[in-house]
Design a protein around this ligand. Structure first.
Ligand code: ACO
Length: 429
């Protein structure tokens, strides 16, 4: 007999079905609650709400487990390129050599932007925010390739996903070039995904950039670690927009905007700003922590804490080790790494952080790697967006392909004024 939960409301008992996930996690299905009882549930910030059933990513926040399509993040970070990971996340299986080649061909074919689209970049000033440009440009792509708006079969979807994956990288690099006042660099046919991105970022008409293997490996891993993270703020936004039948590009553009905030993807910028301030002003990490713990300061230890992880974020563990390895191989001494290590040490022994189960998240060490690659600070969240694109596409695809999908439309508990009587302006006090 299937499991049910009992709910008593106004003296009446209701049975609610219990849904069990493939990893054993349980959810009380309340989809018929309002129809049967007149009540809704209230869950400010959705901390207890499963908004969907999904097959893309599994997280066990208590045990610090993260898997894409069942594959542990540790294995993928070690063995898989970003493009193979993207294929896995989007299409649900490890690609064969043929599938890998077909996907890579489409990525190469889709790397350049429409010539007219390049003119948009001229309209942005040199102080333009790359995240603003990225979000606007990803949305604009459909104006130049309407074919991607309504994918009708697997082939159309394959094309649209490859186009978005490829073009987001070209746009990101072009937005950087725009903000530093250099000419946009065209993609090259002979380069792989990460190498091509680095070429468009750092080559110029008078200089060909040649990345080291360490840089390519580190960036591949950075993107792999960011590829998906189930129903976080930006991915939920993508699904929300997708549920209205908006196209993949418009939905991803909304995801980019959601990612921008400092409590989400923007935290990777905030972490470096915080470490830099502590370093430049010679602040004692322990004293800085006192400020963080004082709620009145409004300050947080950026790169710490997570809605789901109540144990180490496995991505932070991998990134910390990779940061050490990379700096050593590249003979770089980054003083901010020392500040980060000291902060972590203090936090892990402090009751405030221990009791609240606050550990380093993905953003705490990722900035050290991006700095070593040479990525400027205002491009950090753009890098996150490139990495997260497979997850957004996979979640968009799940909504798009679900025959039972309904438009997402949460309810609310109204706490505003009661019936008001309209008063002409001349009579208002
Ligand atoms: N520094 C200090 N205190 C913190 C921090 C932090 N980084 N994170 C949480 N807390 C405190 C809260 O103030 C709260 O204290 P209280 O119980 O005394 O009220 C307690 O820990 C529980 O935290 P919540 O607010 O319930 O955590 P929530 O799940 O709402 O927020 C979030 C998670 C946004 C990630 C939060 O931990 C935070 O702001 N961290 C810093 C920003 C950051 O690193 N964001 C990146 C997250 S990963 C990502 O999105 C890619």
């Amino acid at each position: 007999m299937s499991e049910t939960a009992k709910l008593i409301l106004d003296g009446r008992e209701y049975e609610l079905p219990v849904v069990t996930g493939t990893m054993g996690e349980k959810a009380v299905d309340i989809s018929a609650l309002r129809a049967n009882t007149g009540y809704i549930t209230l869950d400010d910030g959705y901390g207890n709400t499963g908004s969907c059933e999904s097959k893309v990513t599994f997280i066990d926040g208590e045990k610090g487990i993260l898997r894409y399509r069942g594959y542990p993040i540790e294995d993928l970070a070690k063995n898989s390129s970003f493009i193979e990971t993207a294929y896995l996340v989007i299409f649900g299986k490890l690609c064969t050599q043929q599938e890998r080649d077909d996907f890579a061909d489409l990525l190469t074919q889709n790397a350049p932007l429409h010539q007219s689209m390049l003119k948009h970049f001229d309209g942005y000033g040199s102080n333009g925010q790359p995240m603003a440009i990225l979000s606007a440009m990803v949305n604009s792509l459909t104006a130049y390739d309407p074919q991607v708006m309504h994918p009708e079969d697997e082939n159309d979807l394959f094309y649209a996903a490859a186009s978005l994956m490829s073009k987001v990288r070209t746009i990101a690099a072009a937005s950087y070039k725009t903000t530093i006042g250099e000419p946009i660099v065209y993609p090259r046919k002979d380069l792989k995904y990460v190498e091509n991105f680095l070429h468009m970022m750092f080559s110029s008409p008078y200089h060909d950039y040649e990345p080291t293997p360490e840089v390519v490996r580190a960036l591949n891993m950075f993107f792999v670690l960011h590829a998906d993270h189930e129903q976080n703020c930006s991915t939920s936004t993508v699904r929300m927009v997708a549920s209205s039948k908006a196209n993949m590009f418009a939905s991803a553009s909304a995801g980019i905007s959601a990612l921008w905030g400092r409590l989400h993807g923007g935290a990777n910028v905030a972490v470096i700003e915080m470490l830099q301030k502590i370093h430049d002003e010679g602040l004692d990490p322990a004293v800085f922590m006192d400020e963080v713990k004082d709620k009145a300061s409004g300050r947080k230890l950026m790169g710490f804490g997570h809605r789901v992880y109540k144990n180490f974020d496995p991505r932070a563990t991998i990134l910390k080790e990779a940061a050490f390895d990379m700096l050593e191989k590249m003979h770089i001494e980054d003083p901010l790494l020392d500040v980060a290590l000291k902060l972590e040490e203090v936090a892990l022994e402090d009751d405030y952080f221990v009791e609240r189960k606050l550990y380093p998240n993905v953003d705490f060490y990722s900035g050290i790697i991006l700095r070593a690659v040479g990525i400027p600070l205002d491009m950090f969240t753009v890098m996150f967006a490139i990495g997260r694109m497979p997850g957004w596409i996979a979640n968009w695809k799940e909504v798009h392909e679900d025959p039972k999908a309904r438009i997402y439309r949460p309810r609310q508990v109204y706490q505003g004024d009661l019936d008001q009587i309209w008063v002409p302006r001349s009579e208002r006090s």
